[in-house]
Write a protein that binds this ligand. Structure first.
Ligand SMILES: [Cu+2]
Length: 333
């Protein structure tokens, strides 16, 4: 198995084979009788709601790491490192969408339980900004994530996260650095309505998932650039979670077209026990019990998250109104 690198990722993007990631809003009672409704960040959230989310993220960044994973200094870093540890087994495989659904929900749950956040997970409907990420209100310096990186280090200069020091990245490096961006409006065109609609028209998970991972996923990563284009360390830029919540919203929209069939529709290649045994770096190994150690991803696959949150099977996250307990407004766009 060839390890990912930012160069490989950039090459894939250049070839139009972008990686995918999701976004959303959600949850919180055991029987899911009162799910949280996730909202579109750009148009639906009020400015005080946007600020509440950003403040909660700053809170996570101010808390010490509780997991002690490699290179992690803060609670925010815990998520970035867990994603790094998952990189090679959660991308370009059948668990891509389920894993990122679980991962974004875990981050939201930390905002709620550890930082008193009471809102929902915002998603960034990137179609509205396709080809013009540089002008998006999501990158507003007051009510957004701040703007582009500047200079040779590509450090963001404004917004709430301008002074945050990432301790991991690029890639697997343990290395203090700023949050970097290198916005590329051309790459962001993969978020265009025509591209998204083509994916939503697919009739099976085996065609829908690669379409999302290859087009819209790459739009957010390549369009924001720098930190975000690195498949390992991209969650070091907090906009990652709005990007992946959007992909999650798209998956939920696709599932809602035929819920009985699509809440059970998963598949694709898998990296199970045999592959994990071969991993060169034991510090990145997962337990060999992953639920489905074969070569095909099944509903039994365990979405192992290194203690960031309780592990779930894919079956448990297929319907957002299940264990994760959140819903979306699945409007047409
Ligand atoms: Cu990812």
């Amino acid at each position: 198995m060839v390890a990912f690198s930012s160069q490989v990722f950039a090459a894939l993007l250049a070839a139009g084979v972008a990686l995918a990631m999701p976004v959303e809003e959600k949850r919180q009672d055991a029987g899911c009788t009162n799910p949280i409704t996730d909202k579109e960040s750009r148009h639906t959230l009020t400015n005080p709601e946007k600020k509440a989310y950003l403040d909660a993220e700053l809170c996570l960044m101010s808390k010490p790491s509780v997991l002690g994973l490699r290179g992690s200094k803060t609670r925010f870093d815990d998520f970035q490192v867990a994603h790094a540890l998952k990189t090679e087994i959660a991308h370009f495989v059948g668990q891509f969408l389920p894993f990122h659904r679980h991962f974004v929900a875990a981050h939201e749950q930390a905002l709620r339980k550890e930082c008193g956040y009471t809102g929902a997970q915002p998603y960034w409907e990137e179609t509205r900004d396709a080809g013009a990420f540089s002008k998006s209100v999501v990158l507003d310096p007051i009510y957004g994530f701040g703007g582009n990186g500047v200079g040779t280090k590509q450090c963001i200069q404004d917004g709430p996260f301008a002074n945050y020091t990432n301790s991991l990245g690029p890639g697997y490096l343990v290395n203090d650095h700023c949050i970097e961006r290198d916005i590329n409006d051309r790459f962001s065109t993969s978020a265009a309505k025509a591209t998204v609609d083509r994916c939503l028209a697919m009739d099976s998970f085996l065609t829908f998932w690669p379409c999302i991972e290859g087009g819209p996923h790459g739009a957010g990563h390549g369009g924001i650039g720098a930190q975000m284009v690195n498949p390992v360390s991209s969650p070091g830029d907090p906009v990652f979670f709005l990007h992946h919540a959007w992909l999650d919203w798209l998956w939920a929209k696709w599932q809602a077209k035929d819920p009985i069939a699509r809440f059970a529709d998963v598949g694709g290649n898998n990296r199970g026990g045999d592959w994990l045994k071969c991993k060169a770096n034991p510090s990145f190994s997962e337990p060999l019990v992953v639920g489905d150690p074969g070569n095909t991803t099944t509903l039994s696959h365990l979405l192992y998250l290194y203690g960031v949150i309780e592990n779930r099977t894919i079956a448990e996250v297929m319907d957002t109104k299940g264990a994760l307990c959140y819903v979306y407004d699945l409007y047409d766009s």
